[in-house]
Design a protein around this ligand. Structure first.
Ligand code: TRP
Length: 374
């Protein structure tokens, strides 16, 4: 049995996503729900068609409400402990698409205290510095400044803190322990932190002065926080929070060898600020290949795109589904060699990053248009 772990603090092993849906008690994003969504959005993002976003909680309720003309907010976040990599960008890209399609306001939380509390080596100055670096990548995704508010927890605390206290009062230590696996050696800040992550889910109702729905696009490891949020929501008179959940982008060595892409492993991670030469070197050197030992064998027996990491990356970054299928078929039949597949992936990712980096530079001038500072 392959073993895996998925918690907000650790993701490892080869994840069985069907099993995870059951274990977490979330729902799969089925075709019926996607059809309902398509009625409102006119089309489906390829992340949905390819099941990169694959699960949800209460998304059906949010859709029904929006069908009736009741608006909802979007909320997502990023804990700043280092540079942004390709995996971080996936939920944000999807978030932007949702913002465009539904005209929704987005609250973007940067819990700079989270990484300070959970990481021995980072000071609050470090996490603040990373926060402002990461904000450039967030803005570069293309959010509408009129409909997007970004905030650092330490800067927006005068608004958030009292609501965090209202949340914290409704959560016992024993619930926190069973949800997150805390032990007696966790510090008090770590235990309190989940209250701060719940607050932005209630801010839509607080800001609008009436019950207002909130949809959170994020990777599935964050779901335990939002179970907590929904425990508390009815007790404070707020509607349940909805989530729409994605899979993890693997590191270059693949899910089975190193798990999700991680900022702490430089070599096998593609950062949002990597130059084409770095993308080229990393993919050529480290991307786990589904190819055969020799060219002859590969031509004869074909490769295995399903375990090939370069191919996996194309499913995330190559929007053209026809071309993607062609690559799949060619690689599987042996017509395409690993070097050729890697070349395509390098091109696709480099050109994506080139655009991203241009927008990232421009973002330096517009930070203040996005920030909420209480
Ligand atoms: N805890 C998240 C992280 O470690 C950051 C975060 C805060 C977040 N609020 C969120 C992520 C809401 C997704 C949705 O990166």
């Amino acid at each position: 049995m392959p073993k895996y772990t998925v918690t907000p603090w650790e993701v490892s092993g080869e994840i069985d996503y069907d099993k995870l849906i059951k274990e977490f008690g979330v729902k799969s994003l089925d075709d019926k729900l996607l059809k309902k969504m398509e009625k409102q959005t006119g089309e489906l993002h390829y992340f949905l068609k390819r099941k990169i976003f694959f699960a949800h909680t209460y998304f059906d309720t949010v859709l029904e409400q929006s069908q009736k003309g009741n608006k909802f907010y979007l909320y997502t976040g990023r804990a700043p402990s280092g540079p942004v990599h390709l995996g971080h960008l996936i939920p944000w890209i999807f978030c932007k698409w949702l913002q465009d399609k539904f005209g929704a306001t987005l609250l973007f939380q940067i819990p700079d205290e989270e990484k300070f509390l959970f990481n021995e080596n980072l000071t609050l100055d470090d996490t603040r510095r990373w926060a402002y670096e990461n904000i450039l990548d967030i803005i570069a995704v293309g959010f509408d400044p009129k409909k997007t508010s970004i905030f650092l927890d330490t800067e927006y605390a005068n608004v958030m803190y009292k609501h965090a206290c209202r949340v914290a009062k409704k959560i016992t230590l024993s619930t926190a322990k069973s949800t997150f696996g805390f032990t007696d050696s966790n510090n008090l800040g770590e235990i309190f932190y989940t209250s701060m992550q719940s607050v932005p889910a209630f801010l839509p109702s607080i800001m609008e002065g009436k019950p207002t729905y909130c949809l959170i696009p994020c990777a599935i490891d964050q779901q335990p926080h939002f179970f907590m949020t929904n425990d508390v929501a009815p007790k404070l008179g707020y509607p349940k929070t909805a989530t729409i959940l994605c899979r993890f982008l693997p590191g270059l060595q693949g899910m089975h060898r190193e798990g999700k892409m991680s900022s702490s492993i430089d070599k096998t991670t593609i950062f949002a600020t990597d130059k084409p030469e770095q993308v080229n070197e990393k993919i050529n050197k480290y991307a786990f290949s589904g190819g055969k030992e020799t060219v002859e064998q590969h031509r004869k027996e074909g490769g295995n795109p399903d375990i090939d990491v370069s191919y996996q990356y194309l499913t995330y970054f190559l929007e053209d589904s026809k071309r993607l299928k062609q690559v799949y078929d060619d690689y599987k039949s042996g017509r395409m060699l690993t070097g050729e597949l890697k070349k395509i992936t390098i091109e696709v990712i480099s050109s994506f990053l080139k655009e991203h980096q241009m927008r990232r530079e421009k973002a330096r001038n517009s930070i203040d248009r996005f920030m909420l500072r209480g």
